[in-house]
Design a protein around this ligand. Structure first.
Ligand SMILES: [Zn+2]
Length: 317
């Protein structure tokens, strides 16, 4: 049986279309807790703020969303393992299920992907750099190493390290990923400005450091709509051109010059419908990305299947 092409082979052959954002979409469908009601609920359990226990609690809901993205044209399905490190899951009351949530998420994505799509393991920031500062680096390393081991054991094709606010934490993630031997796509999220990440590095510096640390694709995801993310990608491309590919998974929410990141806007999380950008912007983004030689495009928060279908159409045009 022929070995299917790896993510690196696919990117060499042309732009790869990824999938959309799972946690916000499943929150809208009632399967994920945004945390916005948690003070009122006050039970501890279920107060997880976008944790992915849906993989074991409502697997059909997750399976269905994977199918929608695949039908829309996604060539990669991300296992819903975002925020599935043991400490984050523990804060939501699901720490004891860390192994089963990661394994189930990969199994569901693989089941739907079949031979039609690759399966990526999603690894996100732990939130400990934001909550406790850089002194927490050792704990972060243990948590990311554990999750990456679980994803490798579950059989992902490659890793997507995404939505890191601090480059220092991303570097820890990339060291853990290198030990796994899996190909890695690494994307930072720029907040509160698009000029520097949370620990003060420009997009160009982030790109160079991530490429030096072994990422095969570097880029940005979440926080901004496509038009506002493009300058970040161009700045990154200017320093890593020809060395590694560029990856982009923008959010589908309109941000402002004053607040260029949707999670800092007052509309997050309960009024996001009022700042949703249209699918047409993702179609245009697909066209631009192809023209500009971007290697990988998908969507992050706010992108359901209709956005991915439009993006895929734009890429083909
Ligand atoms: Zn996002």
């Amino acid at each position: 049986m022929a070995v299917p092409p790896s993510i690196l082979d696919r990117v060499r052959q042309g732009i790869v279309v990824g999938d959309g954002g799972y946690l916000l979409e499943l929150e809208r469908r009632g399967y994920v807790d945004s945390g916005s009601e948690r003070e009122k609920v006050g039970t501890g359990r279920g107060s997880g703020q976008f944790t992915p226990e849906v993989a074991i609690e409502n697997p059909d809901a997750l399976r269905g969303l994977h199918r929608e993205f695949l039908r829309a044209g996604a060539q990669v399905l991300q296992a819903l393992t975002f925020f599935a490190t043991r400490e984050k899951l523990s804060r939501a009351g699901f720490g004891a299920h860390t192994e089963s949530i990661n394994a189930a998420a990969v199994r569901l994505a693989r089941e739907v992907a079949g031979t039609q799509a690759l399966v990526a393991g999603s690894v996100a920031r732990t939130q400990l750099f934001e909550r406790k500062g850089p002194s927490t680096a050792g704990h972060v390393r243990d948590l990311l190493a554990e999750q990456i081991q679980l994803l490798k054991a579950a059989g992902v094709d490659f890793l997507i390290l995404e939505t890191f606010f601090h480059l220092e934490e991303m570097m820890i993630g990339l060291e853990c990923a290198a030990i796994s031997g899996l190909p890695v796509m690494a994307t930072m999220s720029f907040r509160p400005t698009t000029e520097r990440c949370s620990d003060g590095h420009t997009p160009a510096e982030c790109a160079r450091r991530m490429a030096d640390a072994g990422a095969a694709l570097v880029g940005a995801n979440c926080e901004q709509e496509p038009a506002r993310m493009l300058p970040i990608l161009f700045a990154m491309r200017s320093v890593v051109r020809d060395r590694v590919g560029i990856a982009a998974q923008p959010a589908a929410f309109r941000t402002t010059d004053q607040t260029p990141c949707f999670t800092k806007l007052s509309q997050f999380p309960d009024d996001l419908e009022t700042i949703q950008v249209s699918r047409r912007e993702f179609r245009e983004f697909g066209r631009q990305a192809r023209r500009e030689g971007i290697g990988y495009v998908g969507g992050c928060c706010g992108c359901n299947a209709v956005y991915i279908r439009s993006l895929a159409r734009g890429v083909r045009e």
